[in-house]
Design a protein around this ligand. Structure first.
Ligand code: NDP
Length: 321
């Protein structure tokens, strides 16, 4: 497993990490979560991603309990949470990045985890109503008070990220260090084009999400929706059309020829592909079982064999050149 600096910060994160969206608290109980985390950790993963909103707070509770069961040194892992949607009803607690919400949401998250501090905190989306100054000052204070060590954004547009950096710079505040965007073979524009200037200008790091496009790139949807898969879950109907899209599944079938020549699975190929972008600090993988984690972690080794010839073949299949 390789370790990359998170953007220009000194923090090193494993090139593959593990997140808990959909899975912890919905498909995976505490025992299976701890097992999945242990498989990842043993493979070299040091970063675990979470969010306040995942399973209404249950995902943070499960991960916190898993950390205790596993008994790891706090110094040996990096844990994140993300804030914006809120989990309590109220005009100041939903879809906001105001100061009142952020301070109480981070405190409540620490309680659920049973931790003294989070390593990374993210503004889970941008908030068009709260002035960016208010959010930047609050994130700075959360870092200055050691409730978190680094802060960043998730799915902000380039202009919003630029504004946040510049406010922080002007007022000598802790700057955002990382962004968490979607990035996979079917979703490239933001990371490869829109953010292009931000890597050099601000040293922005990336913790990217959905390397398998929610499972599509594993090939499991080629012949329909398998029982128990994400697309079959109640509440995730909105994903079904994209996961069963015939054109995308045709490309996945073609990608299988590349995976076969690399002697790896489609999932390993798709995850390894994400690590090849030098601006990606860590690829957050997701898994509904420890077995999937075991398979996916091999992607770190596959990445060492995924050379330019294979990358060109993949681009050709995806239709990017
Ligand atoms: P993926 O795109 O990799 O999808 C993971 C899902 O694909 C698994 O839960 C599983 O679903 C299926 N899968 C995984 N491995 C395999 C395999 N080897 N074979 C077959 N199926 C497999 O990642 P996620 O969408 O889960 O995102 C990863 C993480 O990124 C999240 O946990 C979260 O931490 C973060 N994230 C952040 C977001 C943000 O807005 N900042 C948004 C979304 C995610 P199943 O078995 O149920 O079909």
């Amino acid at each position: 497993m390789k370790y990359n600096r998170l953007g220009r910060s000194g923090l090193k994160v494993s090139e593959l990490s593990l997140g808990s969206w959909v899975t912890f608290g919905t498909q995976v109980d505490t025992g299976a979560a701890a097992e999945a985390m242990a498989v990842a950790y043993d493979a070299g993963v040091n970063f675990f991603d979470n969010a306040e909103v995942y399973a209404g707070g249950e995902s943070e509770r499960i991960m916190g309990e898993a950390f205790r069961r596993l008994g790891w040194d706090r110094e040996s892992f990096v844990v994140s949470s993300k804030f914006f949607w809120g989990i309590t009803q109220g005009v100041n607690t939903k879809n906001t990045l105001n100061r009142k919400y952020l301070i109480s949401a981070v405190n409540a998250s620490l309680d659920r985890f049973g931790l003294d501090y989070l390593d990374l905190i993210f503004c889970h989306r941008s908030d068009p109503e709260t002035p960016i100054e208010e959010t930047v000052f609050t994130m700075h204070e959360l870092v200055a008070s050691h409730k978190a060590l680094y802060w960043g954004t998730s799915e902000w547009n380039a202009e919003e990220i630029r504004a946040a950096y510049e406010i922080a710079e002007r007022h000598h505040l802790h700057k955002p260090v990382m962004e968490q965007p979607q990035y996979n073979m079917f979703y490239r524009e933001r990371v490869e084009v829109e953010y292009r200037r931000l890597y050099e200008d601000y040293g922005m790091g990336l913790t990217t999400w959905s390397p398998l496009a929610s499972g599509l790139l594993s090939g499991k949807y080629i012949d329909g929706v398998p029982e128990g898969s994400r697309a079959s879950l109640p509440g995730y109907e909105w994903l079904r059309a994209s996961l069963t899209d015939p054109e995308k599944n045709r490309k996945v079938r073609e990608l299988k020829t590349v995976a076969d020549s690399l002697d790896c699975t489609l999932s390993q190929l798709a995850i390894a592909w994400c690590t090849k972008n030098p601006n990606v600090s860590t690829v957050i993988t997701g898994a509904s079982s420890p077995q999937q984690v075991r398979e996916n972690m091999v992607a770190a080794e596959v990445a060492t064999r995924l050379d330019d010839t294979f990358m060109t073949k993949i681009d050709h299949i995806l239709g990017s050149n």
